[in-house]
Design a protein around this ligand. Structure first.
Ligand code: ZN
Length: 485
């Protein structure tokens, strides 16, 4: 993610949003009465037996109710029909998952909407709502390690997350002609029931239906031609590589497109709201150049296509949605495009398991901006580093340890700039050949997987043969200006 104004305020009260949830009781046959699943087989264990109830959070201590425990999602099959005129969304989400424990109940994350029906392995399941938790009680307990499918039918007006001050509004955001969909850190639940935390990657199929004349853009590539019938058009997209939930998008509306390939042959799609028509060619060209350049620095491009989307919602930020970074209401300069495309390696292919490690995404993407600037003969990385390092000892950047991003101030500029400076300090310590080998090895070893700071430090020490714990401690984990490199 990057701020369009390159100034990220540091005053969020992020946890505040957890209080502003929709809570609607389910109705009809599938509502749960009391604690026990009404359709559970007689003689099954009590509903609250330890080990049979999936946890309401995936285990991120800073975001305790994000994601869920007890299963791993393999694939989402999202069917969404959205009409901008009425702001009505009706959806059917199919989930293919594997249990990691016995499950008499498990949770999904969903904000708002009326849920009309849930099935598990084709049989109707009970369910109840509690804030953004959708608790599902299958007719039969799911056994540990079993594969199972869930289908959730729901409808209503999307309710994006608002008022988190250093994030603005995120999630499925209705616009005049459609919707702008950018979900970091936990806004997937504003448009589909999900295991909404980066620690559960999955593959995605999208089937998005919009009024004829509009375009729906999702991750990955278009499957077949859009089909129109009765005044509506359905776009089918598929992201066949693992993806975290906050990167999923279904941005839709009026768009002008330019399609082709980068110089090295990667399919490239740029799309702009007609208000940004003048920026289309530059978005296309810059996205192609940055993608190709990063393959020389970070290693092979991890996905099957690249590109970018400018929509007319004034988000004030950009988000690195997998294969299709999204720019919210501004014309991005080359630096922001380079930042979002660097995230395809750092954040998207290599993903964090817990939000406190966010510098592994943002510090690297910020460092990529500095590399991009030097590549284009604008400023050297050393100069950029020096200009940030010039901040006096009492500056805010030294008071926020970027290696432990704070949940109430996740996108603090220290996570970006001091994170980037950490990499430059490391580079000076281990030298260019080892540093750039480290960037490529890091990507190759963890492609499509998860990463932690501890793993990065261990790999840097292994490749350099140097003891680096003091350097990383000073740059990532102290609230003082570092002098170590
Ligand atoms: Zn970013």
């Amino acid at each position: 993610m990057a701020s369009g104004r390159l100034a990220i305020a540091a005053t969020a009260t992020f946890l505040g949003i957890l209080g502003t949830v929709a809570c609607s009781a389910s109705s009809g046959e599938s509502a749960l009465a009391g604690d026990a699943p009404p359709t559970a087989a007689a003689g099954s264990a009590p509903a609250h037996a330890p080990g049979r109830i999936g946890a309401p959070g995936i285990g991120d201590p800073d975001f305790p109710t994000d994601g869920n425990g007890g299963y791993d999602v393999d694939r989402y099959r999202l069917k969404v029909d959205y009409d901008p005129a009425t702001k009505h969304l009706s959806g059917v989400t199919g989930i293919e998952a594997r249990a990691t424990q016995d499950l008499a109940k498990f949770n999904l994350d969903l904000r708002g909407f009326e849920v009309s029906r849930i099935t598990v392995d084709g049989s109707p399941a009970g369910f109840e709502r509690f804030k953004d938790e959708l608790v599902v009680a299958p007719a039969k307990t799911i056994s540990d390690k079993a594969r199972f499918t869930v289908e959730v039918t729901y409808a209503g007006e999307p309710d994006p997350v608002r008022g988190s001050s250093n994030l603005g509004t995120y999630g499925f955001i209705p616009t005049e002609d459609g919707a702008f969909v950018a979900c970091e850190p936990n806004g997937a639940k504003t448009w589909f029931p999900s295991n909404d935390h980066p620690a559960d990657k999955a593959r995605y199929d999208f089937e998005i239906t919009v009024p004829e004349g509009l375009t729906a853009l999702a991750n990955g590539e278009l499957v077949g031609r859009p089909r129109s019938a009765r005044g509506k058009t359905t776009f089918v997209w598929r992201e066949s590589h693992p993806m975290v939930s906050y990167l999923a998008t279904a941005t839709l509306g009026k768009f002008e497109l330019r399609q082709g390939r980068t110089a090295t042959g990667i399919p490239n799609l740029a799309a702009v709201d007609p208000r940004y028509r003048a920026a289309l060619d530059d978005l296309y060209t810059q996205s192609a150049k940055a993608t190709d350049y990063w393959t020389t620095v970070f290693g092979p491009y991890p996905f099957s296509s690249t590109g970018g989307v400018i929509d007319d919602f004034s988000a004030g930020y950009a988000l690195e949605n997998q294969t299709k970074p999204m720019y919210g209401g501004f014309t991005p300069d080359g630096s922001i495009i380079a930042h979002e495309l660097a995230h395809q390696w750092f954040g998207n292919s290599l993903s964090i398991k817990r939000w406190r490690d966010l510098w592994l995404n943002e510090g690297f993407a910020t460092y990529a901006e500095w590399l991009w600037s030097e590549h284009n003969g604008e400023s050297t990385v050393e100069k950029t580093f020096r200009s940030h390092y010039a901040a006096g000892p009492d500056a805010a950047i030294w008071k926020y340890a970027p290696g432990r991003a704070k949940p109430e101030d996740l996108f603090n500029s220290s996570v970006y700039n001091r994170g980037g400076m950490t990499l430059h300090a490391l580079r000076q310590r281990i030298g260019d050949p080892v540093f750039f080998k480290l960037l490529k090895t890091w990507n190759a070893e963890h492609k499509y997987g998860y990463v932690t700071t501890e793993e990065f430090v261990a790999l840097a020490e292994k490749l350099s043969g140097k003891q680096l714990d003091k350097l990383f401690e000073a740059w990532l984990f102290t609230d003082r200006k570092p002098t170590e490199w």
